[in-house]
Design a protein around this ligand. Structure first.
Ligand SMILES: Cc1cc2nc3c(=O)[nH]c(=O)nc-3n(C[C@H](O)[C@H](O)[C@H](O)COP(=O)(O)OP(=O)(O)OC[C@H]3O[C@@H](n4cnc5c(N)ncnc54)[C@H](O)[C@@H]3O)c2cc1C
Length: 321
């Protein structure tokens, strides 16, 4: 049997694609994942309060939001399987996908929503304060009352580290930018914005070693890489801005990826370089990386897949006639 549409991944992009495809009566099959590239439900399963997803005036817990999306996808006929896709063959049509439980599936269309994983440093003490002082997303967590008028550290020296540091100055008293080397990798314009900002203090050639606190984060221990001197910076927040890893290993030989490994999509669409395959969410977006943008592109991918499948069917009918 050939599936109409297989969706890989069950974050906001995957479930939204499943809801739209289900409503279009495609009966999509969703590999929700198990352990590759995150857990079923995606990145929001690892957070508490989501305050910026529209429709929840009082905020919503990440796992609750994902559970609602899952149930909505099921209600519209999506077939959900908690399993990782471990191999794909996009060179022959219909496409072939193999899951970890050795289920081999043929598909007329595929939407890839495998997301990305924020890089972490795994410092001693990090687990205790993850989501409770430590984060990898200033836009998601910066407005948390924990950080209001507090001192915060940001780790990184690229464009995203600078963006995060600048964004956090809206809330924090002081932002300590911890830069491993003696220069920033960001554009000159961005660098100047940081150099001229009175609330940002750059600690050059400095690496974080560990974090400490009680109920909440209280300090980050750092080392000056030039002198070896170790000291503490009192902070209520620590933000990692050291990059993300897109979950695209599976597609390396199959689809066009950019230099950072994100799936390339064409223009304003979610189409990849292979007709019949779309990519949505963080796996193709290194700029916005938000639940709402992932859901938005999941919707686009499902609509594009539905139109493409209809066109294929129409051309088969006219060919037969
Ligand atoms: C701690 C934290 C807090 C955040 N807070 C917010 C917030 O407040 N607001 C906001 O808008 N955004 C927030 N974000 C960002 C948001 O979670 C992401 O932008 C969003 O989840 C991306 O959705 P996605 O569907 O693209 O991928 P993901 O959520 O990353 O989901 C990817 C899915 O793919 C699956 N998968 C991966 N590989 C495979 C495979 N081989 N086979 C099958 N399945 C696979 C995974 O199991 C997972 O289900 C936060 C992120 C983190 C980490």
């Amino acid at each position: 049997m050939v599936e109409n549409l297989v969706i890989i991944g069950s974050g906001p992009a995957g479930y939204t694609a499943a809801i739209y495809a289900g409503r279009a009566q495609l009966q999509p099959l969703v590999f929700e994942g198990f352990s590759a590239g995150g857990i079923p439900g995606g990145q929001l399963m690892t957070t508490t309060e989501v305050e910026n997803y529209p429709g929840f005036a009082a905020g919503v817990q990440g796992p609750k939001l994902m559970q609602e999306m899952r149930q909505q996808a099921q209600r519209w006929g999506a077939k959900l399987i908690i399993d990782d896709a471990i191999a794909v063959d996009f060179s022959q049509y219909p496409f072939t996908l193999t899951s970890a439980d050795t289920l081999e599936v043929k598909a007329r269309a595929v939407i890839i929503c495998t997301g990305a994983t924020a890089k972490r440093l795994h410092l001693p003490g990090e687990e205790k304060f993850w989501n409770n002082g430590i984060s990898a997303c200033a836009i998601c967590d910066g407005a948390n009352p924990l950080f209001a008028n507090a001192d915060i550290a940001v780790v990184g020296g690229g464009d995203s580290a600078i963006e995060e540091a600048l964004y956090l100055t809206k809330y924090a008293r002081q932002v300590h930018l911890l830069v491993r080397s003696d220069r920033l990798r960001a554009s000159k314009t961005m660098q100047n914005r940081v150099f001229n900002h009175t609330q940002i203090h750059i600690h050059w050639q400095t690496s974080p070693l560990s974090v400490d606190g009680d109920q909440v984060l209280r300090c980050v221990q750092v080392q000056d890489n030039r002198t070896g001197v170790i000291y503490n910076i009192a902070v209520s927040g620590l933000f990692y801005a050291i990059g993300h890893t897109p979950n695209t290993q599976l597609f390396q030989e199959q689809l066009e990826l950019d230099e950072a490994g994100y799936i390339k999509t064409q223009g304003k669409s979610t189409a990849t370089n292979i007709p019949g395959i779309w990519a949505a969410g963080d796996v193709q977006d290194h700029i916005y990386r938000q639940a709402i943008t992932a859901a938005g592109t999941g919707c686009m991918a499902a609509l594009e897949a539905e139109r493409w499948l209809s066109e294929q069917r129409a051309s088969l009918v006219s060919f037969a006639a």
